[in-house]
Ligand binder design. Structure first.
Ligand SMILES: [Zn+2]
Ligand SMILES: [Zn+2]
Length: 356
């Protein structure tokens, strides 16, 4: 089964080719269809900002490492007991790459993100087919195309970030980073009642995208003095909710100064494993009483992500599409930053729902 994988560990951007990581397409054996499993013929798999970190060996160090956790497709086969979701062969679906076991202490404590067995069904979806447990598979709404559907997983991350901000209607909100998660979380926060909704993003096209879909203000952190702009926008108070979706160590450096007293700051990205952020405890936790947290994965968020997805505007995130065998070029495009999202077409699956 053809699967996109990290074939050599290393930074995908390294200028020295001997140190540079590599992405290729390899043959992986098909997973057996267990009694509660669902086999999906994958239509689309989106490249995630976390994938280059995987190439650097963030999670494991033996190659090949299969990739792909943002997928859509159609049900090709069902195990004999995979009936609890009412899924049928031919259903258009998307899914959660993590199966929560439901049995371990973390699952039973209401903290599925720490499930001790999350690797059991974490199978690469940037492939011709993927076999997941039925609890990981969600039927797409009738008005969501397969192309849009592959954004269910990043949408679930946006939902989880929104949950963790604890936003109250009318709170002022700042989103740092206009990549896919930043754009999705901006739209989700808008629906949550965010005010003075502002995005910090150096790329003009991404700022424009945010303005078209709910941002009231945008800040170019290179051309503008972001602290001065934020002071102006918030009358010197700072934002009630600050979300980092950039994953950039340079971008997070000044973020706490943009937060209001008592604000919540969510680090909603993946960061370099060795990065240590300086944190003045007196200024930020004692005097300002900031609440800081992050998001690892998104348990409990998928049903609500599925409900909100039809209302999100994602056309501009689904324009760059490459065929499976062309995955190396797709990753080059991803790294170029030309498109906020790059998508792999894993099979040519006819879709009765037009992409819009
Ligand atoms: Zn992702
Ligand atoms: Zn568990």
């Amino acid at each position: 089964m053809r699967t996109v994988a990290v074939t050599k560990l290393g930074n995908l951007r390294a200028t020295d080719e001997s140190e540079r990581g590599a992405i290729g397409v390899v043959d992986f054996p098909e997973h057996e269809l267990g009694p509660e499993d669902v086999r999906i013929k994958v239509a689309y798999a989106a490249i995630c900002g976390s994938d280059p970190h995987v190439a650097e060996g963030y999670f494991r160090t033996e190659v090949p490492i299969g990739l792909g956790h943002e997928i859509s497709g159609v049900v090709e086969a069902l195990g004999e007991r995979a009936q609890r979701n009412g899924l049928a062969v031919g259903d258009r679906v998307a899914g959660n790459f993590i199966r929560f076991c439901g049995t371990c202490r973390a699952c039973q404590a209401g903290t599925q993100q720490f499930c001790e067995f999350i690797q059991d069904y974490n199978r690469p979806g940037m492939a011709q087919r993927v076999t997941w447990h039925e609890s990981q598979v969600y039927r797409l709404p009738d008005d969501v195309s397969l192309l849009k559907g592959c954004l269910l997983e990043p949408t679930s991350v946006a939902v989880r970030i929104a949950d963790k901000t604890g936003i109250k209607v009318g709170d002022t909100v700042l989103v740092c980073g206009g990549g896919p998660i930043g754009q999705l979380v901006l739209q989700v926060m808008k629906r949550y009642g965010a005010t003075s909704l502002t995005m910090i993003e150096p790329i003009a096209e991404r700022r424009d995208l945010a303005l078209r879909h709910g941002a009231q203000h945008v800040i170019d952190p290179i051309a503008q003095d972001q602290q001065a702009v934020v002071d102006d926008l918030t009358h010197g108070r700072g934002f009630d909710v600050v979300i980092d979706a950039s994953g950039s160590t340079r971008a997070v450096a000044g973020l706490l100064d943009l937060a209001a007293k008592g604000a919540t700051v969510i680090y909603g990205a993946m960061y370099p494993a060795t990065y240590q952020m300086p944190l003045n405890l007196s200024d930020y936790l004692y005097l300002k009483e900031l609440t800081l947290s992050g998001v690892f994965i998104s348990p409990y968020a998928f049903p609500r992500a599925l409900a909100v997805l039809p209302h999100l505007h994602v056309d501009e995130l689904t324009t760059a599409i490459f065929d499976l065998e062309d995955a190396a070029n797709a990753f080059r495009m991803h790294l170029s930053g030309t498109h906020p999202k790059v998508i792999i077409r894993c099979n040519d699956v006819p879709d009765p729902v037009a992409s819009s």
